[in-house]
Structures are given as C-alpha cells and as structure tokens.
Design a protein around this ligand. Structure first.
Ligand SMILES: Nc1ncnc2c1ncn2[C@@H]1O[C@H](COP(=O)(O)OP(=O)(O)OP(=O)(O)O)[C@@H](O)[C@H]1O
Ligand SMILES: [Mg+2]
Length: 261
C-alpha cells in the first residue's frame, strides 16, 4: 500500500498550479486571512489543517472567487486570477466542494452529475433534455463509477446516505475537465468505512488533477496528501510532509485534543 501513497509521486520541481502571495481577507475588523503565501504544484495533493475559524474555508473562497480576497495576488496555472469572476475560474478548470451540501434533493444521482457536466461545457445554455447517448451523459456515468455511485445512478439525491451525498459532491467537482479541486472537509460525518472509501477515491483520481483538502481528521489528511499546511488565526504556522507533520511535537499536542492556542 505504501506505493499508492501520494507522497511517492512527490517531486521537488514542477509547474505551479496555484500560487498565492500575501493573500489577505478582512471581514470588517476581523482579519480572516493574514498575508498567506502558498504554492501548490501541478498535480500536487495538499492538506490544509487548522482549528475552527482558522481561515481554511475563507482561503478556498478567495481562491474560487466566491468571496474575493481583500489584497494579495492569486495565480492559477501561471495566470493572475485574483480579480476574475468565479465562473471564469471554473471555466479554467478550478472546482470546489462545499462544507455544507449544495445538492438538489429532487434530482436523480445521474442527472445531478449530468447537469454539472453540462454546466461547465459550452452547451450549458441548451434546453435539450438529457439523453443517454449524449457525451455529457457518458461523462456523468464514468464519473459515477470513479466515486462508486454507479449502482445508485437512478436514485433521487434525497434517498442517499450522508456518506453517499459526500461522494456525489466529489462527483460534481469532477465534472468537465478539472485541473485543480478544493475539497472542504469531505470526510466530515463519515463512518470509518466511508473514510476508507474516500481515501481510496482521492488516491485514485487522475495524476494530473491536483487538490487541496481541508480535513480535521489527521489520519485521513496524512493519507491523501503529499504536503501539509497548518493554519491558525488566518496565518500559515507550519508546513511539511505528512511524515514531518506526524512527528511534530506541536502537532501531536494539538491532535491529542488540547486544541491550539
Ligand atoms: N462571510 C463572512 N462574514 C464574516 N466573517 C466571516 C465570514 N466567513 C468567515 N468569517 C470569519 O472568518 C474566520 C475564518 O472562518 P473560516 O470559515 O474560514 O474558518 P475555517 O478554518 O473554515 O473553520 P471551520 O473549521 O470551522 O470550518 C472566522 O472568524 C469566521 O467567523
Ligand atoms: Mg471551514
């Protein structure tokens, strides 16, 4: 199993997928992000850890443009995207999942993924009804296999378990041609078995698709990432390989349940 760990793919050099310089986000008097510098290589898998309110989701919102940063610069595959609208960042291959589910209960599993595929393709304004011979539908069915939901494709979203809904959220992020995905706590509320499935799904994603995963479960985070960034009070306070983070005395103190700061 050690060969399957993403750290085995780690290379020192490589093109940059995401480059953040001095990224700051203020909500009134609150500094949610304070001069964040971060570089993630193409295809890299990065975990972001940190206590509640550390600024992890705010970091994602700045990257996606859902809540643009107050100052600083964000580059995506070399291009400055700091001021681009969120839809344009999606068009360039940036995807995210949300901490709180954004699924539509009334849709089937298959149509949810189909509409996501259609939404990021050039035919998104088409009013054509979904057909199984459509290339978007073929892609949707392939994605459902990747996340292990193909048996449930005809079910309504409303009947899925919590864990299955989280898998479907990953499926939606895979629609189109993602180059980089931001996963916001995909393991939250999952059972141990579902966590193992999630680790397998993430480790089986195509090698060129990089991601950042926000994760409170240290065990999951260390098994799906090749580099770890730790945040506290809107700042990065520690970075390292999974092995370095696991051996770190301060990290051990936090994850033995004392909390940080
Ligand atoms: N839209 C907003 N308006 C005002 N304050 C916000 C907003 N979004 C986040 N904040 C504040 O910014 C800080 C960082 O929040 P954020 O959601 O990024 O934390 P987090 O690290 O994702 O925490 P959690 O682990 O609980 O999800 C918090 O103090 C939060 O209350
Ligand atoms: Mg959050």
């Amino acid at each position: 199993m050690t060969d399957a760990h993403p750290a085995s793919r780690l290379s020192a050099e490589g093109a940059t997928a995401l480059d953040l310089r001095g990224v700051t986000k203020r909500f009134g008097a609150l500094q949610a992000l304070v001069g964040v510098d971060m570089r993630v290589r193409v295809g890299e898998r990065r975990a972001v850890l940190g206590s509640n309110g550390a600024g992890k989701t705010t970091l994602f919102n700045a990257i996606t443009g859902d809540f643009p940063c107050t100052s600083g610069r964000i580059r995506f595959f070399g291009d400055d995207i700091t001021l681009l609208p969120a839809e344009e960042r999606i068009r360039r291959g940036l995807r995210r999942t949300y901490q709180i589910s954004q699924l539509f209960d009334g849709l089937s599993v298959r149509d949810s993924v189909f509409l996501a595929c259609r939404g990021v393709s050039r035919r998104r304004l088409s009013l054509l009804r979904p057909r199984t011979d459509d290339s978007g539908m073929e892609q949707a069915l392939r994605i459902l296999q990747v996340v292990g939901l193909d048996d449930l494709r005809d079910q309504l979203v409303s009947v899925l378990s919590h864990g299955q809904k989280r898998q479907l959220e990953i499926a939606l992020a895979l629609a189109g041609a993602p180059r980089f995905i931001l996963f916001d706590e995909p393991a939250a509320g999952l059972s141990p078995t579902e966590r193992r499935d999630l680790v397998a799904i993430l480790n089986a994603l195509p090698a060129h698709v990089g991601y950042i995963i926000i994760e409170h479960d240290l065990d999951v985070a260390l098994r799906v990432s090749e580099y770890v960034t730790m945040m506290h009070n809107g700042k990065i306070f520690k970075e390292g390989t999974p092995a370095e983070i696991e051996d770190d005395a301060e990290v051990q103190a936090i994850y033995l349940g004392h909390g940080h700061g």
